[in-house]
Design a protein around this ligand. Structure first.
Ligand SMILES: C[S@@+](CC[C@H](N)C(=O)[O-])C[C@H]1O[C@@H](n2cnc3c(N)ncnc32)[C@H](O)[C@@H]1O
Length: 477
């Protein structure tokens, strides 16, 4: 059966500042920067496109012009009135009417229709931000395309150049359904042994420790069957992972929360009262601390599930669904910005810093706090979670270096006022903690640690677990 490719492209960010009719609304400057990124992604990842079907709105036509300019061979383009304000079902009718000579087609349109069509075809709930793409494989003729019968190949917003026009490297923000990670319990345990041995080799431990590790490695290899096979873990859209986690998040005995509060509270105490954005506010723990200090609090988060909890626990805050790299706030609308335990989900920190600088006032403070270095030495930081519908997968994460934070801050006009680090307690595994049988599914690293207690404690000892920053937005010079 032949395969065809359907690409959905949502228009880039539009400019709401004028009173033009909706259909005439132009692209915002940011939208003009976003759109070529989608074109470059298509040029690099899609062999050729035969037909573009574009909504007649000014913002979709401009988006497509900027995207097409990046393609090696721009396809034939059809402006089609049926795409303007169309629902997912109406867009499906357009798809079914495509001629079978067309192997790859792109639809350039609007939300919610684009998201609805993507979900309708693939059966996967999908958020499409401005300038986002979804690449879908369709089997057979266009005329017989059926709901839930097509495969999602890639989706997300390709990298956008930051305002100083330096391109964001790589395409890590464009999630691909092919990014499985293989997690093998034995590999994790041997990895800890390896880190412990490296530290011993560098002089942190003596001969007896090294020999004990080597003996333990042999024992682990002999017991490999008991540890079970490795598991391929699929990526889970961030909002799905957090919608699922929201059900238990506040009640968990999560060691990050006391570390967060210990470091953050003195920083919060120093903020002058004003309007504060809690970016990626989650269930609102920090929003509450800001309210308690007399601030007017605005919270933004991408997960409806986390926000639903926040609405219950912090009714005094104004809460919005949104992306912290594309904030639904006006320029200079807040005094300060606080963001805790969330920047690890961004592959690149620069778009967030640019947005924070846009929405806050000169002289305001940007307080950041994140965990890092969780998977010693790895720049990745996957969080395995269960979505509400039972799917288990990982929410992507990244471990940023101090230099990543600093470079992103300095280029956006921030001064460093403080940088704090919190270190792991020396003993990650207590002396009396015994290994328990492992739960099936992706390995739970906390269940694994007691299996190699001394290696874990040695591997984790003295690592900075939390970093907190106080940046001040300095006046233009
Ligand atoms: C570990 S929770 C932290 C929540 C809260 N700040 C705290 O300290 O408890 C991370 C939160 O970041 C949100 N998040 C991650 N990436 C985001 C993004 N790009 N835009 C908005 N929210 C995001 C998630 O939905 C989640 O609620």
């Amino acid at each position: 059966m032949s395969e065809r490719t359907l690409i959905l492209l949502r228009h880039a960010k539009s400019d709401w500042s004028g009173d033009t009719a909706d259909i005439d609304r132009p692209l915002a400057d940011r939208g003009r920067r976003q759109a070529p990124g989608a074109g470059r992604w298509l040029a690099a990842n899609i062999d050729s496109i035969d037909l573009a079907v574009v909504s007649p709105a000014a913002r979709t036509r401009s988006t497509w012009e900027l995207v097409a300019a990046e393609l090696n061979v721009p396809p034939h383009t059809r402006i089609d009135d049926r795409l303007y304000a169309a629902s997912g079902d109406e867009l499906l009718t357009v798809v079914r009417g495509l001629h079978d000579d067309v192997e790859t087609a792109i639809l350039v349109g609007h939300n919610p229709g684009m998201e609805e069509l993507a979900s309708l075809l693939t059966g996967e709930p999908m958020a499409m931000k401005t300038s986002a793409l979804a690449v879908i494989t369709v089997s057979g003729s266009w005329g017989t395309v059926a709901p839930h019968a097509s495969a999602l190949r890639a989706w997300g917003r390709p990298p956008t150049p930051s305002p100083d026009d330096e391109p964001v490297p790589g395409d890590a923000r464009m999630q691909s359904t092919e990014q499985l990670i293989h997690q093998h319990p034995l590999a994790y345990l041997l990895g800890l042994e390896g880190i412990a041995l490296m530290r011993a080799f560098a002089g942190e431990h003596g001969r007896a420790f090294t020999e004990a590790r080597l003996t333990e490695v042999r024992r682990l290899l002999d017991r490999a069957d008991e540890l079970g096979p490795g598991v391929d873990v699929v990526p889970l859209p961030l909002a799905d992972g957090y919608d699922g986690w929201a059900l238990t998040y506040d009640g968990e005995d999560n060691g990050c929360f006391p570390m967060r509060d210990d470091v953050l509270q003195p920083m919060l105490d120093r903020l002058t009262p004003g309007r504060v954005l809690d970016a990626a506010c989650g269930t609102g723990a920090v929003a509450q601390q800001l309210l308690d200090r007399g601030h007017d609090v605005v919270g933004v988060d991408i997960s409806e599930g986390m926000l639903a909890q926040a609405r219950k626990s912090v009714p005094g805050a104004r809460l919005f669904v949104g992306d912290i790299t594309d904030l639904p706030l006006r320029d200079g609308g807040v005094e300060h910005v606080v963001c805790t335990l969330a920047l690890t989900h961004l592959s690149d920190l620069r778009p967030f810093f640019a947005e924070a600088a846009r929405v806050m006032r000169v002289g305001g403070h940007l307080l950041l706090l994140d965990t890092r270095g969780h998977f010693t030495g790895s720049t990745r930081y996957p969080l395995v979670k269960q979505a509400r519908d039972g799917r288990v997968g990982y929410v992507a994460g990244y471990s940023h270096s101090l230099g990543d934070y600093l470079r992103a801050a300095l280029r956006n006009g921030y001064l460093v006022r403080a940088c704090e680090e919190t270190y792991q307690a020396a003993q990650t595994v207590a002396p009396d903690e015994k290994p328990e049988p492992l739960t099936p599914g992706p390995p739970d690293i906390w269940e694994l640690h007691p299996w190699v207690r001394d290696a874990t404690n040695a591997a984790k000892a003295g690592q900075a677990a939390v970093v907190a920053w106080d940046f001040e937005l300095r006046p233009e010079v």
